[in-house]
Design a protein around this ligand. Structure first.
Ligand code: HPA
Length: 247
């Protein structure tokens, strides 16, 4: 049994996931949609953890150019049926403070996201996997880490951040904003894989706090600061995940 983790660039710096700098831990997986670099980093409690860096092994693929179809397909080809996404987000609500962790229960993605059904009339009904969500929440509880158990994720295409007017619009319908989770969740659903997400709230979205300008470097710095709490949840999650019942 193996668990897939798709993480952003900040996960590179965690020791929890083994040493991603070691070349021999990397595998190249060729899928019909493209080539993916995966890090086979560790086995915890006979659980193999496979880490896919969303922005590529060299951390240089911007959100709108990520090959989501190849990424999700690589897990399926390896027989990995459960994926946890780790995403960095901005908060759309004053009450959801930067440094919070949140497990979204739903999402909005109004643009045309990636699909495996370009040439067939198939319409999946998207959702996040409730069983995996519950496990993330339980793992956080076990680890004594506060986590927000629900929230609606609004996906933008990036790479730019949002205008104040866009955020003002989104905040009535969603709780957090990011650039990748909806694409992964939808493709996982299409591929028949279970997917849930932990979002690290790394900033207030543009204009949520009056007079506060947004700077991407500050967001990246905040993401590394959130790391210790995220690591505790992941550590516990890896211990419990082999026991997840399939629903
Ligand atoms: N907007 C979009 N994506 C993000 C943000 C944001 O404010 N913060 C982290 N990822």
């Amino acid at each position: 049994m193996a668990l897939g983790i798709i993480g952003g660039t900040s996960l590179f710096d965690t020791k929890l996931l083994g040493d991603v700098m070691i070349e021999r831990n990397w595998r190249v997986v060729k899928t019909e949609y493209g080539t993916v670099h995966l890090n086979l980093f560790s086995t915890i409690d006979s659980q193999e953890i496979v880490f896919l860096p969303r922005h590529g092994k060299d951390r240089n693929i911007p959100p709108h150019r990520i090959n989501y179809k190849a990424n999700i397909r690589a897990f399926k080809d390896l027989g990995i049926m459960e994926i946890i996404g780790i995403t960095s987000v901005g908060s759309l609500k004053y009450s959801i403070k930067p440094q919070s962790l949140i497990v979204p229960h739903d999402y909005i993605s109004l643009g045309s996201g990636p699909t495996y059904y370009d040439y067939e009339l198939v319409h999946v009904t998207p959702c996040l996997d409730e069983g995996l969500r519950k496990h993330i929440i339980g793992a956080a509880r076990d680890a004594g880490i506060e986590i927000i158990e629900r929230g609606v994720y609004f996906q933008t295409t990036g790479p730019r951040l949002e205008t104040k007017a866009e955020i003002n619009f989104m905040k009535d319908y969603a709780d957090i904003v990011g650039m990748s989770m909806a694409s992964e969740a939808t493709l996982a659903r299409e591929a028949g894989l279970r997917y849930a997400d932990i979002s690290t709230v790394d900033n207030y979205a543009h204009g949520i706090i009056d007079g506060e300008a947004l700077d991407y470097t500050e967001i990246v710095e905040a993401a590394s600061k959130n790391m210790a709490r995220l690591e505790s949840v992941l550590q516990r999650l890896m211990e419990v995940i082999p026991h997840i019942p399939t629903d």
